[in-house]
Ligand binder design. Structure first.
Ligand SMILES: Cc1cc2nc3c(=O)[nH]c(=O)nc-3n(C[C@H](O)[C@H](O)[C@H](O)COP(=O)(O)O)c2cc1C
Length: 247
């Protein structure tokens, strides 16, 4: 499976087997994280045994079982683009892991963010973690219940774009890919505007995790449609842009 196929195959998994990720796959994910850190000024780390962050007293941590390895997504507090970059590059890792047949789930809330097991350096801003590992073959009853609770109405590309004319096929494919993207609380907040042949992507910004959702949505769009989005809320898509997710 390549990472494009992984967009369609991915669903959040919350029941893991507690086994280590195979060494070559863990190494590949770590290499990718080092590259992202170097190029983007982020601090992503692969924690081989971070399950303790999901074993606190809070009942909400109980939504997860068998968590072992965790991708920790942090950055510098003074980086204004941190959240959007965490979304964009974190989703790349999620799709790589999915392509290797691993289960993942973005997590912003239901874990112990102060757990020493995560090894977040003093002064870093921890945004999200992503448990990654071999998931149970079949979704557990609890997973299925959570899935049903979080899935809203099916959306169509037309539901997330305000357009003044017919959309090119390429743009439609990008929007379809956005519909399969994960989002915090399944809020799916990113909306697109198509005006005189120009596409932009924006969030209402009522909830700070929407910035992470914006980065994730742009990554999915570029992977399907190519080109590259400008960073920021209302960022414009350059169909000829290079170096995007689809590169
Ligand atoms: C930024 C972000 C934060 C999330 N935080 C949590 C969380 O704290 N706990 C959780 O169980 N799921 C969390 N999720 C997973 C979403 O609930 C899930 O992506 C959404 O319901 C869509 O389901 P799907 O990923 O299976 O398509 C988060 C997702 C994103 C993108």
């Amino acid at each position: 499976m390549n990472i494009k196929d992984a967009m369609k195959a991915r669903v959040s998994r919350r029941a893991f087997l507690g086994e280590p990720v195979d060494a070559d796959v863990a190494e590949r994910l770590m290499e990718l994280m080092l590259e992202i850190n170097r190029e983007e000024g982020l601090n992503f780390r692969f924690i081989e045994n971070g399950g303790a962050a999901f074993e606190g007293l809070s009942r909400s941590y109980g939504m997860f079982s068998g968590v072992r390895s965790v991708m920790v997504l942090a950055g510098r507090p003074d980086d204004p683009e941190r959240k959007e970059k965490v979304g964009y590059f974190g989703e790349r890792l999620v799709l790589e892991a999915t392509a290797y047949g691993l289960g993942t789930c973005w997590v912003a809330g239901t874990f112990d963010r102060h757990s020493p097991a995560l090894g977040v350096p003093e002064g870093d801003e921890l945004e999200c973690v992503i448990p990654v590992g071999k998931a149970r073959g079949e979704a557990s009853l609890r997973e299925r219940i959570i899935h049903r609770m979080t899935q809203g109405r099916e959306l169509l590309p037309e539901d997330i774009v305000d357009s003044d004319g017919e959309l090119p096929q390429r743009v439609r494919e990008g929007l379809e890919a956005v519909l399969s993207a994960p989002s915090a609380k399944n809020g799916r907040p990113v909306r697109f505007t198509w005006r005189q042949g120009r596409l932009s992507a924006a969030i209402p910004d009522t909830y700070h995790m929407q910035w992470v959702d914006l980065g994730i949505a742009k990554f999915h769009f570029e992977l399907a449609a190519g080109g590259r989005f400008e960073r920021g809320n209302g960022g414009v898509w350059d169909p000829e842009g290079t170096g995007g997710a689809g590169a």
